[in-house]
Design a protein around this ligand. Sequence first.
Ligand code: FES
Ligand code: FES
Length: 154
Amino acid sequence: MERLTVHMSVNGTHFERAVEPRLLLSDFLRHELGLTGTHVGCEHGVCGACTVLFDGEPMRSCLLFAIQANDHAITTVEGLGDETHLHPLQSAFREAHGLQCGFCTPGFLMTLVPFLQENPNPSEDEIRMAISGNLCRCTGYQNIVDAVILAGKQ
Ligand code: FES
Ligand code: FES
């Protein structure tokens, strides 16, 4: 199949790759760039695990082709922090036990980082609305809500 050249910034680094037109952005990030922090659950836009920032807006990378990100800026969970310098929201998730298996966590983080930038002190209802498109099989959501409230206070 014909390949197309795609250019994009991912976590501040410029990448150029020749890709098949049908390659999903989620697969591009995971398989071409090795950024496996972006998780793939349902692969049809339901679970939110694959959420990344697309020019600063949360989007489901399983619903985008890699070529749609041409000349755009993507941020994945690897761009938030690392083991020694966690993003404040990552620290709050750890402190409030906002994760168990962690499969859903990157998607929650990438949904909530821009949300908290716009709403630094959200109510519980606002938080639950913000995460209504992200599924978690483990936590029951309460500790995730607590983590967001904690992050808002920091
Ligand atoms: S893997 Fe993309 S929304 Fe579930
Ligand atoms: S922590 Fe396991 S799915 Fe959310």
